[in-house]
Design a protein around this ligand. Structure first.
Ligand code: MG
Length: 170
């Protein structure tokens, strides 16, 4: 048996994952507008991963007979000036998402919702990776500053390709 409380929190999380995708698209556009196509690529891939997360949770809800409700997605409203700004904001946002996942995890434990806990186990690990990736990119950018090496990092980030999540239902 699942917990209604946990399922309600997961429904809200679907919207948060879509919002994260939106936010990363906005960051990708910031870099694309500055002709930093590698940075843009990294964030386009990041946005795709967030869509994967939204779809995974949606599938889980559907598997339990619950139809996800698609709510409006808020407008990304962060202002970016320096090249490093989206990287700072991305790490901050991943930490926020981790907090949200942990709160749902707390509820799943309290409600003895073992099925949801299994789904959330994957998300806990995934958030660990997401934070590490965002932090790694931020630290590299801090070392580089705003000089010509930005173009080397841009070339490296152009290599990132979207991979489907390591966990799926079908
Ligand atoms: Mg996510």
């Amino acid at each position: 048996m699942y917990s209604n409380k946990v399922m309600d929190m997961l429904k809200v999380q679907v919207n948060k994952e879509f919002y994260a995708a939106y936010l990363y698209l906005d960051m990708a556009n910031f870099y694309a507008d500055k002709n930093l196509d590698g940075f843009a690529n990294w964030f386009y891939v990041q946005a795709q991963e967030e869509l994967d997360h939204a779809m995974l949770i949606s599938k889980y809800l559907l598997n339990n007979g619950i139809r996800p409700e698609l709510e409006a997605i808020a407008k990304p409203d962060k202002e970016f000036k320096e090249l490093i700004d989206p990287l700072e904001a991305a790490l901050e946002h991943e930490k926020y998402v981790t907090k949200c996942i942990h709160e749902i995890y707390d509820a799943a434990m309290a409600e003895k919702d073992y099925r949801s806990k299994q789904l959330l186990d994957w998300f806990v690990l995934e958030q660990n990776e997401e934070e590490a990736n965002a932090d790694s990119l931020l630290q590299k950018m801090k070392m580089i500053g705003s000089g010509g090496l930005v173009f080397m990092l841009d070339a490296q980030l152009a290599q990132r390709k979207h991979e489907p999540p390591s966990f799926d239902f079908d």
